[in-house]
Design a protein. Sequence first.
Length: 144
Amino acid sequence: MLLTLLLVIEVIVAFFLIVVVLLQRSEGGALGMGGGNSGFMTARGAGDLLTRTTWILGTVFFVLGLLLTVVAGRERGSSSVVDRLKVNAIDPNSLNQPAPQPPAGTPAIPGQAAPAPFQAPAPTVGNPLLSQPTPAPAAPAAPQ
């Protein structure tokens, strides 16, 4: 309940922070775009108010982010990810064994042969002066 409430407040603060930042007048340093004298927020007082509001909303945003992290960590308990996965219960010898084969009496699917091993196509080198690509020299076959 608390986590949901904090998350909703965080989203609202983020929205208002975006709005306040977009309302501010450009100082002329971003990508060569200059801020002219035209605009409805040109008074010094309005700029100070928007700057102060930005600082307050930014601070509230970061504090809420830290608070969300602490609350979410406490709700999950003190166990780590490794403890929850029970990595110690896995036998390393069982990981290196081949896949189990079907029993010999099991009939195969009719009309379907065993799949052929995948063969990559031979690489070709494109020559812009010839109309057909020339095959690249064959690499020695890997032992199986």
